[in-house]
Design a protein around this ligand. Structure first.
Ligand SMILES: CC(C)(COP(=O)(O)OP(=O)(O)OC[C@H]1O[C@@H](n2cnc3c(N)ncnc32)[C@H](O)[C@@H]1OP(=O)(O)O)[C@@H](O)C(=O)NCCC(=O)NCCSC(=O)C[C@H](O)C(=O)O
Ligand SMILES: [Mg+2]
Length: 286
């Protein structure tokens, strides 16, 4: 089993050159060059050119290079998509997905090159997420990204560390992603100085089943990487489950006891995933 880690995805405005340079060396699994909400309207055209130049220049190493475009119904969206389809980042992230047919339209505009990712950040999307997800998967969309700031604005809900009003939609995002074989990333944590709050929210996201977290500052990367990586204890447990099922005395058994716990074949599958994720995260930073 091979796994592509997505523990940490760092956003930055595409037109901030010093941040683009830092992102090329940052300890993250994905870099998201933003053309949407982090870029002022008067800077949109220059930011698009900067994103295309950054993609063409490369230098992001193992990091998945993503560009977040403006929505197709804005004055910048169509030209963003055309420019990105032409230069080929690893993925294009589209904002504010609302309707079941949208992913197919984006895919058509984008062609078969880059992966298609989409933000879940509108109330209307959550009223019809199963229909959206079925059609998104058919359009080969690979990844959902939570947009909790936009969602908070639309819901008129308070976005604090505990995120109580958002628990149902966070779970819905994970369930839909898993049902259709997509990756799913948790939303950003705005308080850059609050490391404890970020760690709490990362742990919650990992416990809910998210693959990783979107982040807004390099200071946040280590906390997310740690929270979404298997711990040493989890790796040991996974190894002992794999060893136990491989032991001759357990050949052909569907359920055994490992470390005092009932352990079934489904737990072996989970253990294999843990070990694959662990192996995939043991690379040297480059
Ligand atoms: C939030 C920031 C504007 C803060 O910037 P600043 O005050 O300049 O921070 P620092 O002084 O701490 O910066 C120190 C150096 O670090 C680099 N830096 C900062 N942030 C990043 C980053 N994200 N990636 C890479 N490098 C970064 C700076 O370049 C400084 O270097 P130097 O200039 O050489 O001194 C800023 O952090 C920022 O812009 N963050 C990203 C904001 C963003 O992209 N927002 C859009 C995505 S969030 C969102 O919209 C989610 C979703 O849609 C929703 O609805 O929830
Ligand atoms: Mg948003």
């Amino acid at each position: 089993m091979t796994i592509r880690p997505l523990r940490s995805a760092l956003y930055l405005p595409a037109n901030r050159a010093s941040a683009v340079e830092k992102a090329r060396r940052a300890d993250c699994d994905a870099v998201i060059l933003d053309l949407e909400d982090a870029v002022a309207p008067e800077a949109k055209v220059d930011a698009r050119a900067a994103a295309v130049a950054a993609v063409n220049e490369g230098g992001f190493g193992h990091r998945i290079l993503v560009v977040r475009v403006n929505a197709l119904d804005t004055e910048w969206g169509p030209a963003d998509i055309t420019a990105l389809a032409g230069c080929g980042p690893d993925a294009v992230l589209v904002p504010k997905l609302c309707h079941p047919d949208e992913a197919g339209i984006y895919r058509q505009q984008l062609g078969t090159g880059p992966e298609l990712w989409a933000m879940l950040e509108t109330c209307i999307a959550f009223t019809q997420l199963s229909a959206i997800s079925a059609k998104a998967a058919a359009a080969e969309l690979t990844t959902y990204v939570m947009g909790t700031n936009d969602l908070a604005l639309e819901m008129r809900a308070k976005l604090d560390t505990a995120r109580a009003p958002f628990q149902p939609v966070l779970a819905q995002a994970v369930i839909n992603a898993r049902a259709y074989g997509l990756s799913v990333l948790d939303g950003v944590f705005n308080d850059i100085g609050d490391e404890e709050g970020l760690a709490t929210q990362c742990r919650e996201g990992a416990d809910m089943g998210f693959d990783g977290k979107t982040l807004i500052h390099p200071k946040q990367l280590a906390i997310a990487n740690a929270a979404f990586s298997p711990s040493a204890a989890e790796v040991r447990t996974a190894q002992s489950i794999r060893d136990a099922f491989a032991a001759p005395e357990n050949a052909g058994k569907g359920v055994i006891k490992v470390g005092g716990r009932m352990t079934e074949i489904l737990h072996l599958r989970e253990a294999e995933r843990t070990l694959a994720l662990h192996a995939a995260t043991q690379r040297n930073p480059s």
